[in-house]
Write a protein that binds this ligand. Structure first.
Ligand SMILES: NC(=O)c1ccc[n+]([C@@H]2O[C@H](COP(=O)([O-])OP(=O)(O)OC[C@H]3O[C@@H](n4cnc5c(N)ncnc54)[C@H](O)[C@@H]3O)[C@@H](O)[C@H]2O)c1
Length: 447
């Protein structure tokens, strides 16, 4: 099939490459000239495992192309996906101006001679946006054009987006006419995955409800971690015990600094605002947000408690991205941690396997931070090490090297990557989340 994707960011580019990989002919459109030029020059603007190879292979096979022209996308794609940003506004509601603009641009590019086109919303949008897109296209399109509207929420996770797209847990789409549904089925025919077909509103709601539930799991385990700290229980064991129940599952039960990234914070805010506007104040989700926000504060308290004052302290920060296997630092809790420690006068030296460039460009960290050459030189002379992101490199760190490099062997692990007993045996003072701190060397509980 011939498909077009308007918006070639994390979602648009990976989706486009994966559709091409399964045999469709894909036109990716973006209004960011610089980004399109990079792609035309064979460079990939984001880091996502496996993506560069996929893009190169499919461009060479003639199944994937890039343009800044929406009109070209509308001409070439019988199915036109919208994958532009849906950022939050100050009150938490979704800024739909990108979607509205693309809907108008698509409408103005449609021509009766193109025949039937489906306009598919892949961006995460409030329930009932499909209807608005349909109304807008109808209003701005020339007379005689034929089109349908569908919702096809995206569930990919950054860091494993290619695999998620090629082997999804499920594919969800909704449309209110049979011709649109038929084209959507053909689009996804090459994928081996359960398909759930719904009405547009249900498809739209599934995405916000799913992300809110995952955030709820994270805040739930973080709340339980607080009880563990107060009672001497170990959150890792507790999470294991809860997660072994098949009805619950172990994933998203990792205590730590809480959720961040470009999706969860904004999607939970959006779902609260959507529910409120529909007459249901979703207080449970407000609690999820509160727990998440205070998780960072509690962690900072732990650092302050031990370092007394942060002013003039030399702190090494491992991790800048919002999660492992990505270069994305949007709404990263590690970045917030850095900003807070800098504001209190600490001298931060940081290292991240993939996030150094994006942090320099988008992290708002100013010039009071030093970017180290590697993860061990980052530690030289440090009063403390703070771990902000769950990169495997940190889990497998050489502890004697770590100890030798630091001024004092004091570690605050915001992602529970290391084993408290091993750290104590190494003579390293180790603070994590929801687990007891063992006295270094002796390996017995201290506080
Ligand atoms: N990133 C994720 O993990 C993820 C996962 C699932 C769903 N989503 C949702 O997908 C949507 C896109 O997210 P993203 O992370 O890919 O955003 P992104 O910022 O990485 O990409 C969006 C792209 O759209 C382009 N764009 C904006 N206006 C345009 C226009 N008028 N014409 C053409 N291009 C335009 C931008 O230049 C940008 O390249 C959001 O609604 C997001 O919530 C994101």
């Amino acid at each position: 099939m011939k498909l077009s994707i308007i918006g070639t960011g994390y979602v648009g580019l990976t989706t486009g490459a994966c559709f091409a990989e399964v045999g469709h002919e894909v036109t990716c459109v973006d209004n960011n000239q610089e980004k399109v030029q990079m792609l035309l020059d064979g460079k990939i603007p984001i880091y996502e495992p496996g993506l560069a190879e996929l893009v190169t292979r499919n461009v060479n096979a003639g199944r994937l192309k890039f343009t800044t022209s929406t009109a070209e996308g509308v001409r070439d794609g019988e199915v036109i996906f919208i994958a532009v940003p849906t950022p939050p506004q100050a009150d938490g509601s979704v800024d739909l101006s990108f979607i509205e603009r693309v809907a108008r641009e698509i409408a103005e590019s449609l021509k009766p001679e193109y025949g039937y086109r489906v306009i598919v919303d892949k961006s995460t949008v409030p329930v009932k946006t499909g209807q608005k897109v349909s109304d807008t296209v109808r209003r701005y399109a020339p007379a005689g054009v034929q089109f349908g509207v569908a919702s096809n929420p995206e569930f990919l996770r950054e860091g494993c987006a290619v695999d998620d797209l090629l082997h999804p847990d499920r594919i969800v789409f909704g449309a209110n006419d049979e011709q649109a549904l038929d084209l959507m089925r053909r689009c996804y025919d090459p994928f081996v995955a359960p398909i759930l077909v719904t009405d547009i509103e249900s498809a739209e709601l599934i995405k916000h409800a799913a992300n809110s539930f995952l955030a709820l799991k994270i805040s739930y385990i973080n709340a339980v971690a607080r009880i563990c700290e107060k009672s001497g229980a170990d959150i890792e064991k507790v999470a294991e015990g809860i997660g072994m129940d098949k009805r619950i599952g172990r994933s998203f039960l990792n205590a730590g600094l809480g959720y961040g990234g470009s999706c969860f914070p904004k999607d939970i805010k959006a779902f609260i605002a959507i529910s409120e506007s529909l007459g249901y104040p979703f207080d449970l989700l407000k609690q999820v947000e509160d727990i998440n926000a205070s998780q960072l504060e509690l962690f900072l308290d732990k650092i302050r408690e031990n370092l007394w004052v942060l002013q003039e302290k030399k702190i090494a920060l491992w991790g800048l991205t919002f999660k492992q296997n990505t270069d994305d630092v949007r709404e990263s809790v590690a970045i917030k941690l850095a900003q807070r420690m800098i504001a209190e006068g600490a001298a931060i030296t940081t290292w991240d396997p993939r996030g150094m460039d994006t942090a320099k460009r988008f992290g708002n960290l100013g010039d009071k931070i030093t970017y180290a050459d590697d993860m061990y030189s980052c530690l030289d002379g440090a009063d403390a090490l703070v771990i902000g992101t769950e990169w495997p490199e940190f889990t497998n760190a050489d502890l004697s090297e770590l100890k030798a490099r630091m001024h004092s062997p004091l570690v605050f692990d915001g992602r529970n990557l290391l084993d408290p007993q091993t750290m104590a045996n190494q003579g390293i003072e180790y603070h994590s989340v929801g687990r007891a701190t063992l006295a270094p060397e002796q390996g017995s509980p201290s506080a």
